[in-house]
Design a protein around this ligand. Sequence first.
Ligand SMILES: Nc1ncnc2c1ncn2[C@@H]1O[C@H](COP(=O)(O)OP(=O)(O)OP(=O)(O)O)[C@@H](O)[C@H]1O
Ligand SMILES: Nc1ncnc2c1ncn2[C@@H]1O[C@H](COP(=O)(O)OP(=O)(O)OP(=O)(O)O)[C@@H](O)[C@H]1O
Ligand SMILES: [Mg+2]
Ligand SMILES: [Mg+2]
Lengths: 224, 224
Amino acid sequence: VVRLDNVVKIYRTPGAGVEVCALRGLTLSIQRGEYAAIVGPSGSGKSTLLNILGCLDRPTSGTYWLDDRDVSRLDDDELSDIRGRRIGFVFQSFNLIPTQTVLENLETPLFYQGRPPRERRAQALALIEKVGLTDRHHHRPHELSGGQQQRVAIARALVNDPAILLADEPTGNLDSKTGVLILEQLDELNAQGRTVIIVSHDINVAKRCRRIIELRDGQIYSDG
Amino acid sequence: VVRLDNVVKIYRTPGAGVEVCALRGLTLSIQRGEYAAIVGPSGSGKSTLLNILGCLDRPTSGTYWLDDRDVSRLDDDELSDIRGRRIGFVFQSFNLIPTQTVLENLETPLFYQGRPPRERRAQALALIEKVGLTDRHHHRPHELSGGQQQRVAIARALVNDPAILLADEPTGNLDSKTGVLILEQLDELNAQGRTVIIVSHDINVAKRCRRIIELRDGQIYSDG
Ligand SMILES: Nc1ncnc2c1ncn2[C@@H]1O[C@H](COP(=O)(O)OP(=O)(O)OP(=O)(O)O)[C@@H](O)[C@H]1O
Ligand SMILES: Nc1ncnc2c1ncn2[C@@H]1O[C@H](COP(=O)(O)OP(=O)(O)OP(=O)(O)O)[C@@H](O)[C@H]1O
Ligand SMILES: [Mg+2]
Ligand SMILES: [Mg+2]
């Protein structure tokens, strides 16, 4: 379902003289329904790779095929539709909307998919319960603990029932018990046929996946 | 060096009807030079406790003695001096200044302590090297990976050579190798006689400390 061909990513900041080659020619194929982990040292390019897979960023060179379509040939509307309907993304730094409550944060993506109000509320509350935050649904992000914010970020990625889930360090701020609850939900998603790709530093998380792709310095070091 | 007596913390958000009792009467003593870990489930009150210890927040009731002084009786200048000189704080969400480079982020606390420019630069660069970020010193936070941002947050907490280091989940975004590098520096700080208190979900981190304080639901569940 996902295919990268010799993808290079170079970050440049014109004024600051910053130039970093974060991905150095990555070639990778992930089939529909796979359960893969991306591991590697801090700074090795994991988030960069996930952002490209999630259509949040574009390669500097090389090609990205999603569902056999060259993503660079899609227009903004098509990309936006893919991001909204097919992909769920859990950000390493959560990216919650600070002015909205937990409930509003979860209803927003459903609103953009044109779901009616009662359905939005029901779906949002169901996911809030799944991640154990029912009694916090009226809090704003800064009124939550770090691990609670992380769980909201996870719930939000699931709210549109995505075919592909991309999760960047989903358990970094969670105690082991809560982390296992979340991972069981990811297992379940994959058992339903969805493609799940997790970036994690935690080897116990990576071991639950059926394939481990290891990055070092922007390249694939091992894959299996 | 640190003593809490029946400390209660209640968060209230007037308009939103949010009221959460995060700490329910905590009584705790930590001696100078101790190496303690605070563990517990997500939402159990660890960051709240650390914020009070770090003079970043005040108890709703109960007393906090730091170096035998009742913190609630100190004025803003005295508090500011304690935070600037005696305490180093690593935030769970890093709290880096987004418009400043890594180098500037580290020089800023030194500037407020009145250190001259050449000394600031030397100290900042020394710490940047200690956390392995020499070739990223001119980047801004959004131009860094998650684990790199975390390492800057750690370096910044150490830059004023604090007597007490409080670290909230310092390795949550780090691969195990980089995490161990950081923990070895915390071991070293403690060996020099400083008080080190780490909040962590990672039992391997907690085990390096000589004392583990476990929180559940805003209370001390075990301590030893
Ligand atoms: N500003 C706030 N307003 C209301 N409630 C809050 C606020 N900050 C934290 N809380 C609540 O207080 C409780 C304790 O939060 P705290 O951040 O101390 O937890 P924690 O143990 O650090 O959790 P984690 O391991 O997830 O970081 C949580 O249930 C949280 O929802
Ligand atoms: N906007 C940017 N501008 C310049 N360099 C960047 C930018 N974003 C990331 N980088 C650099 O690209 C490299 C890869 O970053 P990336 O975030 O993909 O790493 P990562 O593997 O996710 O690391 P971590 O495990 O610490 O989260 C890092 O060395 C980082 O400094
Ligand atoms: Mg990352
Ligand atoms: Mg916390």
